[in-house]
Design a protein. Structure first.
Length: 264
C-alpha cells in the first residue's frame, strides 16, 4: 500500500468519523410536570403523550437533539440544577415568587384557557352569585385570589381536576377553576360531555406555556426557529388535539373576536 493511498484512506476514515460525530444527537435533561394535563401533556408515564410530547418528539427528530424526560412534582421544577430545560414555564411565575435567576424562555408552545367553568346553562352567573369555587391542589388561581376579598366566595381545594368537576356536577360548588381543554377531556371520559361551559362573566386567565432554561439560551433560540419553520406541522398538532385559541373561547361568535397577538 503506497503512501498516497494510505493518506487518502486516512482522510476517508476521518471524514466518516466526523460524520458519525455530527450525526450523534446532543442530549439534554428535560424536566416536566408529572401530572396528567391531557390534551396539553401527560408525562405521568414516559415517553408521555399529548400535544407538547409530540412537539418535543418532532423537534428531536428534526434537529437530532435528544431529550431525557424527567417527570417531577410541580414544586421541584423551579430552580432545579439537575434540569437543563423545564416545561411548562412562564416568566410571570418566577417574578411572582421573587426568583432572582435569569431565565431563558422559548416562544409559547400554546396558551391555556384558565377559565371558571360552570354547569350548562349558568354561563351568565356573576361573582356576586358565586358562593364556592373548586380548585385542584397545586394550582394557584391568581385571577380568583385578586377578586376574592371583594366578593367573599370560598375556594375549595380538591385532590385533582376530576374531583373538582364532579363537585360541580353534584352542585356542591358553583364553579371550578380547571383549564377548559383538560376539563373537556375528563368529562368525555366520564360520559359528561357538554355538561359544563365557560362562565362568561367570571374571571378568565390566559397563560402561555414556554420551554425554559437557565443556561441553554442558544438551544431555546434553535427551538424558536423550529417552531417558526414548522408552523404548519405545529398547527396540525393543535388541531389533532382540538386545542382552541383563547380568543375563540372568550368570543364564541367570530364577529366579536379580536385577532391581536395574545399576551404571555
Amino acid at each position: 500500500m503506497n503512501r498516497c493511498f494510505q493518506s487518502l484512506l486516512l482522510i476517508g476514515v476521518l471524514l466518516v468519523g466526523a460524520g458519525s460525530l455530527h450525526a450523534q444527537a446532543s442530549s439534554y435533561r428535560l424536566c416536566v410536570q408529572n401530572i396528567d394535563y391531557f390534551p396539553h401533556y401527560d408525562f405521568s408515564s414516559l415517553p408521555g403523550r399529548g400535544y407538547a410530547a409530540e412537539v418535543f418528539a418532532l423537534f428531536s427528530a428534526t434537529k437530532k437533539i435528544q431529550f431525557q424526560l424527567r417527570p417531577l412534582p410541580v414544586k421541584r421544577l423551579q430552580n432545579n440544577s439537575d434540569c437543563d430545560l423545564i416545561y411548562p414555564d412562564n416568566a410571570q411565575w418566577h417574578s411572582a415568587r421573587g426568583n432572582p435567576e435569569v431565565q431563558f424562555f422559548s416562544l409559547p408552545l400554546v396558551s391555556i384557557a384558565g377559565a371558571s367553568l360552570v354547569r350548562k346553562g349558568d354561563a351568565q352567573l356573576t361573582l356576586a352569585q358565586i358562593r364556592a369555587i373548586a380548585v385542584p391542589r397545586g394550582f394557584t388561581p391568581d385571577h380568583l385570589l385578586a377578586v376574592q376579598a371583594d366578593h367573599h366566595f370560598e375556594l375549595v381545594e380538591t385532590t385533582d381536576a376530576n374531583t373538582a368537576l364532579m363537585m360541580l356536577l353534584k352542585k356542591r360548588v358553583d364553579a371550578v377553576d380547571v383549564e377548559w381543554h383538560v376539563a373537556r377531556h375528563l368529562l368525555a371520559k366520564t360520559g359528561n360531555s357538554g355538561e359544563v361551559e365557560i362562565g362568561q362573566q367570571l374571571p378568565f386567565a390566559s397563560i402561555a406555556f414556554h420551554l425554559s432554561s437557565n443556561r441553554h439560551g442558544e438551544l431555546l433560540r434553535q427551538f424558536d426557529r423550529f417552531l417558526q419553520e414548522n408552523a404548519p406541522a405545529i398547527q396540525g398538532l393543535q388541531q389533532k388535539y382540538q386545542l382552541q385559541s383563547v380568543n375563540e373561547l372568550i368570543h364564541p361568535n367570530p364577529a366579536e373576536r379580536s385577532y391581536s397577538t395574545l399576551s404571555d
